[in-house]
Each structure stands twice: as structure tokens, then as C-alpha cells.
Design a protein around this ligand. Sequence first.
Ligand code: NAD
Length: 249
Amino acid sequence: MLLQDKVAVITGAASARGLGFATARLFASQGAKVVIIDLDADASAAAASQLGAGHLGLAADVACEDQVNAAIAQALAWFGRIDVLVNNAGITQPIRLMDIKRENYDAVLDVSLRGTLLVSQAVIPTMRQQGAGSIVCISSVSAQRGGGIFGGPHYSAAKAGVLGLMKAMARELGPDNIRVNAIAPGLIQTDITAGKLSDEMRQSILAGIPLNRLGEAADIAGAALFLASPLSAYSTGITLDVNGGMLIH
Ligand code: NAD
């Protein structure tokens, strides 16, 4: 069991087909106690209960400092420690450069980038006290190639910002034995793209993927487990590409 008795907070993990929930399920199967944080309290609680007994589902908007701090305080009151944080909550908008309005920019940057900062800030004092921790940030291939398949330029910018923030956190937190790494998923079949992928689009995307399939949520969960666990004990500040070879560079 790679995460026996570890407490893992995963944001945006209430969506049944999402990367966060798949990660929660894998972590729980490896002995972790999981804290799911998502927008809706009932959905978070229902997702946590699907993991088995002893997990926790909480509501918070990751872009709201007060809600984040309240949720982390609740998690600490419940479990007394936090070993792993997966900054997974994110939204995307498939719009083009000149159509980006302030509200689009704010919405997308707030969840991915501000959310990553705020939830990390909320758990770092505890990880420092414990003398150990692992933070995993979910970026996107969109950050690396300047636009993805669905995300607009503001999504690409938000996810590139996540990579910069991840690296800076890794430098600053290394001496505290807190590792910070990222995953850059390619196109993974979840609700974030549901209903927006025509057969034609799918074929043209597949033509650029050497492994010749779209990703599954479990592909990202496996990478998250590697980064969360001692298997990656000597890695910090790295980005794992999990994209079927879509971006070989
Ligand atoms: P999803 O839509 O299935 O799940 C996202 C979850 O985040 C949902 O449960 C949603 O309620 C939650 N959420 C949204 N805003 C929130 C907020 N303000 N506070 C708390 N929770 C919030 O999406 P997914 O595909 O599982 O995506 C997970 C992460 O992976 C996102 O950061 C996304 O950008 C990233 N990603 C996904 C893909 C892909 O192809 N699916 C590719 C690259 C990166």
C-alpha cells in the first residue's frame, strides 16, 4: 500500500467520470484517507462515501480563500494531518483569443491558478509542521503547446501559470521536505469535454497521438499516485506528460 495512513486532499474530485475522482479511488485503494473538496457539499459527500468508510467530502470554491481555509480546517479537525494535496479543480472554455472577456479570464484563471495557490497555501503550514508533504498540480498539454483542443488561450495561460507556480513552490518548499510536481494531461475522456467531441474531431486528434487512443481518467490517477507516493521521493519541480505521445519534445 503506497499511501497507507496518509491523508490526501483532492480538489474538484466529485465528478464521477473526472480525473479527481479516479485519483481519489486509486489513493483510497492504496490506503489513503481522502478529503474530496468540490463546489457542492452533497456531491462531495456522495463521492467520498463511494470510496468506502472514513473518507470526507467537503464544499469549497477553490478560488475563495475563506471557503478554502474553512474546508482545510475541517479536514484537519477530522484527520489531524494532511500528507498529499492534488490541485485538480479546473474549468475550461473553448473560445478564441479576441472573444475572451474579463469574466472569461477571471473564471478560468481563478479556478486553476488562484485555486492552486490558495489551497496550497492552506495546507503548507501543516506539511511544514509534519516535515513532509507532496503537492501535485494538474496542468495541461495546452500549457505546453499553446492551446489544446478545447481550452482557449486563457486556459492555456492558466495552466502554464500552474507550471510556473509549481516550480516556484518546489524551490521554496524543498528544504521543508515538501515536494511539488505537476501532471500535464493530454486529452482525457471526462465530463469536461463531454458532448463537445465530434467523430471528426476525435479522428483528427487521434491522428496526432502515437498511442492511438484518448486518455482515461485512470491514466492520470496512476501518475498522481506516483507523484504523491514515495516512489517519486527524489522528484520535485517536474512535469509528467501523460498524453499518449501527443507532445514528444
Ligand atoms: P471535470 O469537469 O470532470 O471535473 C472538474 C471538477 O472540478 C468538477 O467536479 C467541478 O465541480 C470541480 N470544480 C470546478 N470549479 C471548481 C471550483 N471553483 N472549486 C472547486 N471545484 C471546482 O474535469 P476533468 O476533466 O476531470 O478535469 C480535472 C482537471 O484536469 C482540470 O484542472 C482540467 O483542466 C485538467 N485537465 C483535463 C484534461 C481532460 O482532457 N479532461 C486535460 C488536461 C487537463
